[in-house]
Design a protein around this ligand. Structure first.
Ligand code: SAH
Length: 460
């Protein structure tokens, strides 16, 4: 029902009424509220002239010139009286939580205007409807409305160009399932408009059959930490190119019949050299494939993501980059170590502890600043040297250090120590990669803030 600028009546002034009033306001209704008592939120809306309050008992006269009414009082008799009066006057009525008295329902909505999805349980279980709505929210990209608007803007032109209904349907099906839609959904809006314009003018077949590549951050391990966009792209990919850091649970979320190509990357043992990966991505896209290049954590943090898309750009392969939760953020949260803290650290630095020519080559002076947390990626092998150099450059030997093993996964373990004793401690335990090292006073907060405690799942 189009309620924009139409008069609507709500009977009741409490909490439940407020919720209904919010929904009706979102639909643009002009609201009058009849009640004997008003919630302060309603009073303030009335003060800013957004709604009209009528302090009175409900009478059928209140229904005059209203295009619908919602009864939301906590008095069953009043609600029933509203329903009866509304029926006599042929005004559509909704009585909250009383489906048998309603002539219309107010469903849970997923608003991607102009696209609108409504979920109703016909009063049987509003909570279930709401939970289903939450699931749909995650499935329908936020930019769906924009996509609809884009299509809407071209409808007349397409109608002119394709004279049969069938031809138009085929055209829109390819547009909405192809790269143009994906451009819109990922925010490449100007490109999408230009591509659609070209498709309308020259037809879709004139495109060169080029696929596309999404460089997607898979996060640190827990599949729940994927972004909605990563999940959507995984479910529509033809090929997934992944490396060692990507967990099996995440690969399981991909489309069943997608090809999965492992390009490894273990310390000191790059299964496929970087140039090989870059070329592979280009080749797959040139075959018209929708490729997801899945990388652990965030693709732009120690991920060589920049190099991969550099090659794509060079070959004019369309691409997008989807950020992921980087290991530092994931491990910090899951081990209860805030990376910054008002009392302990005003800055945080991410560095690589990767060995170059057998030693760790870093700007140590910059790392030993006070009130700073330092996070080492790829630091396990160089741990002894890292601790030694930090101390040599003035960091206290008692500075706490955490080594987070397989962070955010059910196998996560947090090993604690100090610059002075950590290398020795680590030597005596069996540690599985990947591991992240956090150095700084914030590590002391772990004791109090650790919350993620997976059950030990036996030897791994
Ligand atoms: N792009 C990734 C980093 C790749 S470098 C990101 O943003 O997280 C690989 C290093 O990341 C590993 O050596 C390790 O230091 C760190 N790492 C990645 N996942 C991790 C995890 N689940 N637990 C601990 N460290 C992790």
């Amino acid at each position: 029902m189009n309620l924009k600028d139409r008069p609507c009546l709500v009977v009741g002034g409490g909490d439940v009424a407020c919720r209904k009033i919010n929904l009706l306001r979102q639909a643009g209704a002009r609201l009058t509220v009849v009640a004997t008592h008003f919630d302060p939120r309603l009073r303030s809306l009335a003060e800013s002239r957004e709604i009209t309050l009528v302090p009175a008992e409900f009478t059928p006269a209140h229904l005059t010139k209203q295009c619908l009414v919602v009864a939301a009082t906590d008095d069953a008799a009043v609600n029933r009286a509203v329903a009866e009066a509304a029926n006599r006057a042929f005004v559509p009525v909704n009585v909250v939580d009383k489906p048998e008295l309603c002539t219309f329902v107010m469903p849970s909505i997923i608003d991607r205007s102009p696209i609108m999805v409504a979920v109703s349980s016909a009063g049987a279980s509003p909570v279930l409807a709401r939970l289903l709505r939450a699931r749909l929210e995650t499935l329908i990209p936020a930019a769906y409305g924009k996509l609809a608007a884009l299509v809407g803007g071209f409808r007349a032109e397409v109608k002119k160009r394709f004279t049969t209904v069938d031809a138009r349907r085929r055209f829109w099906e390819s547009v909405l399932q192809g790269p143009i839609a994906e451009m819109m959904l990922s925010g490449r809006e100007q490109q999408a408009v230009a591509a659609l314009q070209a498709a309308v003018e020259h037809g879709l077949d004139s495109s060169d059959g080029m696929g596309e590549v999404a460089l997607v951050g898979a996060g640190p391990g827990d599949p729940d930490l994927l972004t909605f966009r990563a999940l959507r792209l995984l479910q529509r990919a033809d090929v997934i190119v992944y490396d060692r850091l990507v967990s099996k649970e995440i690969l399981d979320l991909a489309r069943r019949d997608a090809d999965q190509i492992y390009v490894g990357k273990e310390r000191d043992n790059h299964s496929v050299p970087q140039e090989g990966i870059n070329d592979l991505l280009v080749r797959l896209a040139q075959q018209g494939k929708r490729v997801v290049r899945l990388k652990g954590g965030d693709p732009f943090i120690f991920g060589r993501g920049g190099e991969e898309i550099d090659t794509l750009a060079q070959y004019q392969v369309p691409f997008q980059v989807v950020p992921g939760i980087t290991a530092a953020a994931g491990c910090a949260s899951y081990s209860g170590i805030p990376l910054t803290h008002r009392d302990h650290a005003q800055s945080v630095v991410f560095v690589t502890g990767h060995l170059k020519d057998g030693s760790v080559d870093l700007n140590w002076k910059a790392l030993v600043q006070p009130q700073q947390t330092v996070v080492f990626y790829m630091g396990l092998k160089g741990l002894a040297e890292i601790c030694e150099r930090l101390m040599a450059h003035g960091m206290a030997a008692t500075t706490p250090l955490a080594l987070v093993e397989q962070g955010t996964t059910t196998r996560q373990r947090v090993h604690l120590g100090t610059l002075a004793d950590m290398p020795q401690k680590v030597a005596t335990v069996d540690i599985k990669p990947p591991t992240l090292i956090i150095v700084g006073d914030v590590v002391r907060l772990h004791e109090k803030l650790a919350w993620f405690q997976p059950l030990a799942t036996g030897p791994q």
